[in-house]
Design a protein around this ligand. Structure first.
Ligand code: F6P
Length: 547
């Protein structure tokens, strides 16, 4: 296991950063750029075709040096090695954390509990590829002999967000005569809207659940079976219209899915890190096995970069350290992720689980309450829509919000000069945030003095710009892995378990208790707090009224 690490706030680099911060807080990005005309070039790191411009951040070379020292003192190097070696770094669940094995090329060896897992990974990938080809080619027939035209992934959390994000991101590469839908929410509307115009005879359900016990997914899966059998009549139809992705073959069999139609993954794959496993089956059917493997290759390239590049040129490390800098010293509560690429419209939602389920923790690995902030809130929308909505607050509000701008040089749908306008907006926003517009500049434009404060932009609002050539499957893999490993870097510094999610348990248990109370009139048995009891009573009344 990893060596003993000094508590975060007692590390020398942390103390040095505390002493250093007041100096940086006073510095404006305008000055930093004037003092160093080459700052933009110097502070653009490139790896694997990703240009990471971090120059518009509130830091100096000294800051960076101290942050890198913090990474060393936090044992980041040994944490990375431990993950890649398959050690059980998810201590509270006693599990290895090996999403990197999902994209390891054939021939690499990664051992978990005495077994090389890479051949198992490739066996499942091959099985997925075979199945995907049959569905895509119309060879996999439904119960009535019709080919599959619609694929519905039923899953939630990591068994949904990755597949949805990847499908949307790579839609350009998808087989257009197939329809893809995603049902996650227990709200019946999700299922009803996803199926209302579909023919069950042409529809395949992929029931995706690591545990195969998740309430939402199992409820939706049972509803799906009822819906399908209403048209297809005979229970033998299940074999043609349902496949499962899970680690739990027993529950899969209980549900009635033949385990030959089950695609396996393993307990060392966390839900939010599972889009490269069989959980990505819908993605593979959409874009085809070759593109899926290209995506995995992108992930793997970033894994290798993270594992081997010196920290000062290591993109996920730099990104993670900047996040720590703002989170812990500037007191930033949120990070805005702003992709200037419509296909990445679900990327912020995907990142919310990745970052917040991973690093939303209040105790360290040994159970000690932290005395510093951990994971920030992630949110965002694709540009330029956000500009006409919440950017006002980022530019002139009282909140401090570091931003990630993500853009691609080549459009997938070239249309007049749309793309140049799109990218000009991304660059302009980062420029405006950093440099703003002084009151003198506003005055010089002839603005009446009463209006000057309203039209002044103080600037000094930091951002990263991540620029890639083109949104390809490989590029998507690199981008997602960049964030995965940035999350890892932050978690290592905060000394928390980024791979468990105990915080989702309590609500699940309480919901199970409330479910029967909403239908049965057990007035005397309502033993919640007075607020919950009252809400249950009002709900019952309103429900009856509408009935
Ligand atoms: O929300 C909690 C969680 O356990 C996530 O971590 C996971 O991605 C999701 O539920 C779904 O779990 P499963 O794949 O087991 O249905």
């Amino acid at each position: 296991m990893t060596a003993h690490i000094v508590p975060l706030t007692q590390r020398a680099a942390w103390k040095a950063l505390e002493a250093h911060y007041p100096k940086i807080r006073e510095l404006h990005l305008r000055k930093l750029f004037v003092d160093d005309p080459k700052r933009g070039e110097r502070m653009t790191a490139e790896a694997l075709g990703i240009y990471f411009d971090y120059s518009k951040n509130r830091l100096t070379d000294e800051t960076l040096k101290l942050l890198l020292q913090l990474a060393e003192e936090s044992g980041l190097r040994s944490r990375i090695d431990a993950m890649f070696r398959g050690e059980k770094i998810n201590v509270t669940e006693q599990r290895a954390v090996l999403h990197v094995a999902l994209r390891a090329p054939k021939g690499q060896t990664i051992v978990v509990d005495g077994e090389d897992v890479v051949p198992q990974v490739h066996a499942v990938l091959d099985k997925m590829a075979d199945f995907s080809r049959r569905v895509r080619g119309g060879e996999w027939k439904g119960h009535t002999g019709k080919p599959i035209r619609n694929v519905i992934n039923v899953g939630i959390g990591g068994s949904d967000l990755g597949p949805v994000m990847a499908y949307e991101a790579l839609r350009h590469y998808s087989q257009r005569d197939l329809t893809f839908r995603f049902v996650s929410n227990i709200d019946g509307t999700d299922f009803a809207e996803a199926t209302r115009d579909l023919d069950a005879a042409e529809t395949l359900f992929i029931i995706s659940s690591k545990t195969f016990t998740t309430l939402e997914t199992m409820t939706n899966a049972h509803t799906a079976r009822v819906w399908a059998l209403k048209t297809l009549k005979h229970h033998t139809a299940v074999a043609k219209h349902f496949v499962a992705v899970s680690t739990n073959s027993e529950e899969v069999a209980k549900f009635g899915i033949d385990t030959t139609n089950m695609f396996q993954f393993w307990d060392w794959v966390g839900g939010r890190y599972s889009m490269d496993s069989a959980i990505g089956l819908s993605t593979m059917i959409a874009i085809g096995p070759e593109h899926f493997r290209a995506m995995l290759d992108g992930f793997h390239q970033m894994d290798e970069h993270f594992r081997t590049a010196p920290f000062e040129r290591n993109l996920p490390v730099l990104m993670g350290l900047l996040a720590v800098w703002y989170n812990n010293f500037f007191g930033a509560q949120t990070v805005a992720v702003l992709p200037y690429e419509k296909y990445l419209k679900r990327f912020p939602a995907y990142l919310q689980q990745l970052t917040m389920e991973s690093n939303g923790k209040h105790v360290t690995l040994d159970g000690t309450e932290v005395n510093y902030e951990t994971g920030p809130i992630f949110w965002g929308e694709p540009g330029t829509n956000g500009q006409h909505s919440f950017y006002q607050l980022i530019h002139q509000g009282t909140k401090f919000i570091p931003c990630d701008f993500i853009a691609f040089a080549q459009p997938l749908n070239p249309l007049g000069h749309h793309h140049d306008v799109l990218i000009a907006n991304a660059l302009a926003q980062a420029e405006a945030l950093a440099f703003g517009k002084t009151s003198q500049e506003v005055q010089a434009e002839g603005t009446p003095s009463w209006l000057v404060p309203h039209r002044t932009f103080e600037g000094n609002r930091p951002s990263n710009t991540i620029l890639l050539e083109r949104l390809t499957p490989t590029a998507l893999g690199k981008l997602v892995a960049l964030y995965e490993h940035s999350v890892f870097t932050q978690g290592a510094i905060w000394q928390i378990d980024s791979f468990d999610q105990w915080g989702v348990e309590l609500g699940k248990v309480l919901a199970q208790r409330i479910i029967p109370e909403l239908t049965v009139q057990t007035e005397s048995q309502l033993k919640h707090d007075s607020s919950t009891n009252t809400l249950i009573r009002i709900y019952r009344k309103l429900k009856e009224a509408s009935a």
